[in-house]
Design a protein. Structure first.
Length: 263
């Protein structure tokens, strides 16, 4: 009886171990079948804050892996692709580094790197009035009003619209938001706009007017045609009416005779 009871215990333990092994394998198979491994991609992110105009170093970046199905934009997938580039905007830690926010290391100065293709940077001298009391900051948009004297009268008109402010003095960072009185403002213009701006500055004085960034009513590339000659004023000839004369008209048949009487 004792041997039989011991045998039953051994058989029960063996069956329990076998059942546990089978159950474990079944659960593992179900988990593997339910969560297939998705393809991943390598993405370069900021390891620390990268200030505007900073030349990126290896310590500034790190790589992470994300699912390939994630839409990330035009990003870098290797750290050495971004090392040495110039940051065109402030980047916060953990932010994915996009190619449009960095300039080539051979672009020259930071200001030259942020000028868009086919555009030019022109600097104009300003004071606390022209500089909108110091409230002009990089990234603002302005209009240019030209003023000059003509026939002892002041003539003014807006010659350029919606120009991007690249820098104030030697500062091109957009992080500051406090008013500062500056001596020069650098504007981003097309070659044609640069000619109009320089001509208006040589002919008289210019004034910058600050725009609301949402105001696009006048277009982004509207240039007043200052090369068109002004039409000459037309002369108006006034015909003076003849003074009325007093007289007597005598009609005899087909003959008409008039006689004037002096007053």
């Amino acid at each position: 009886m004792k041997r039989r009871g011991l045998l039953l215990i051994v058989i029960s333990l063996a069956l329990a171990i076998g059942a546990a092994w089978v159950a474990r394998n079944w659960v593992q198979a179900r988990l593997n079948a339910g969560t297939p491994s998705d393809p991943v991609q390598t993405v370069v992110v900021a390891a620390m804050e990268i200030p505007f105009g900073t030349k990126v170093e290896g310590r500034h970046v790190r790589t992470i892996t994300l699912p390939s199905s994630a839409s990330l934009g035009d990003h870098y997938d290797k750290a050495d692709q971004v090392v040495g580039l110039i940051a065109l905007q402030k980047t916060i830690p953990g932010e994915i580094l996009l190619k449009e926010r960095f300039a080539d290391r051979n672009a020259g100065s930071t200001l030259a790197a942020i000028v868009k293709p086919d555009m030019r940077a022109v600097t104009v001298r300003v004071d606390d009035v022209i500089g909108v009391a110091g409230f002009l900051m990089p990234g603002n948009h302005v209009d240019v009003v030209a003023a000059h004297m003509e026939n002892s009268h002041a003539e003014t008109r807006t010659v350029l619209h919606d120009l991007n402010v690249l820098a104030v003095d030697q500062t091109a960072s957009q992080d500051k938001d406090q008013p500062v009185v500056v001596r020069a403002v650098t504007l981003e213009v097309t070659p044609k706009q640069a000619e109009v701006l320089v001509k208006a500055r040589e002919e008289g004085r210019i004034q910058l007017t600050l725009r609301n960034p949402m105001d696009k009513a006048e277009g982004d590339d509207l240039v007043a045609d200052t090369d068109q000659p002004k039409s000459a004023p037309k002369r108006v000839h006034v015909v003076q009416p003849r003074p009325a004369s007093s007289g007597v008209t005598i009609i005899r048949g087909t003959n008409v005779h008039s006689s004037e009487s002096s007053t």
